[in-house]
Design a protein around this ligand. Sequence first.
Ligand SMILES: Cc1cc2nc3c(=O)[nH]c(=O)nc-3n(C[C@H](O)[C@H](O)[C@H](O)COP(=O)(O)OP(=O)(O)OC[C@H]3O[C@@H](n4cnc5c(N)ncnc54)[C@H](O)[C@@H]3O)c2cc1C
Length: 374
Amino acid sequence: MAKSKYELIVVGAGVVGMGIALAAHKKGVKKILVIDRHQACTGASIRNFGFITITGLRQKLMQKRALRSRDIWLDLTKKAKIKVNHRGLYLLAQHKESMPVLEEYLKVDPRKTVKLLSKKEIAAESSLFQNNKVFGGLYSSDEVRIEPRLAIPAVAKYLQSIGIDFLWKEEVLDFSHKQIITQKRKIDYKNLIMAPGNHLKGLGRDIFEKKEVQSSRLHMLRIMPKKKIKLPGGIMADLTLMRYPGYENLPSKKKLDKVIKKTSKAELDNGIHVIAVQGNDGSLTIGDSHHYTHDTHFPFENEKIDNLILKKFDQVLPIGKYDVIERWVGEYPAGKKDYLDHWIDKNICIANVTTGIGMSTGFSFAEDVINKLY
Ligand SMILES: Cc1cc2nc3c(=O)[nH]c(=O)nc-3n(C[C@H](O)[C@H](O)[C@H](O)COP(=O)(O)OP(=O)(O)OC[C@H]3O[C@@H](n4cnc5c(N)ncnc54)[C@H](O)[C@@H]3O)c2cc1C
């Protein structure tokens, strides 16, 4: 940490904080410092699927931000040497009532890179799709999967290599109009952007309370198939239609809602939908569930939730036997709006993606925040 006064201090080395530092650097800002309370980012940015989702997002801002962020990720894969595990998304429709919803979705999504697939076309895409019950589905070629626990540290290393300073293991406890205060020191700044993620009881707690930002808790699992398999892309299924905002107002969804309430009540009660992606070692990251709370440190995990996720996964993608090799819980902030950039003053901002889509849209959101500052 060399400089005595920083042009820009960013609190939080997650995807949003690092996106802000990168966007500022691209604008020619010198003397940037990123501070994180841990030895590396341990928040949502390393706990997610690493799936840069484009399909099913809200039009137009959210999808626009996802496409832009995807391009930034692809640029970083070269510069920071991050491996792309797979590209594209298959959304498998296991209820016949999902097909009209997907047809209607194609009319509102302006991309040429997304298309409807019949049952036969799905089966032709991969041997993994031949033993499951599907009525058809969607394919989008835009999605990208990277391993977040490797990608996030690689981005931090790259940012350091282009001259951005990092200060690890220091918590920003407070700030004045000119200085931030950590447990060890005070550092002067000209501009301050705080991207604390789900740390809702720390910096910006009054704002989070006022805006009624909650914490969404997700169960995640990593499994290792006994037999080697290769996913042709990221996998989602019907329950995603119940969660992603791009599907919520489609006319046929009401009929699907009724059916899914009957077939998957326990899953709906626990906010479960199936996403499956594959990592460098062949393992699959699968999830997830959603429970909303103002208590960000609820410690207990109910095994029933993991069992529901696994049962649903088995229906979506019957891959034979596997071992569960990891389980974890991740949390992201959930607000009434998708994004929160609250300017405390013209040079001080709290920036947060307040829906579970920061890995896909965080870099572009960060650019928009920086464009307001410079
Ligand atoms: C299980 C799970 C699955 C998800 N799946 C997806 C997905 O498929 N696609 C998608 O787009 N998004 C997904 N998300 C959402 C996405 O991960 C988040 O939106 C995104 O990572 C948020 O990034 P962030 O930088 O705001 O927060 P974080 O990654 O939490 O980073 C915040 C950082 O700030 C630091 N910090 C906080 N307060 C202080 C302080 N006072 N001083 C110093 N440091 C501080 C923390 O230590 C942390 O490193 C998922 C999230 C979870 C939890």
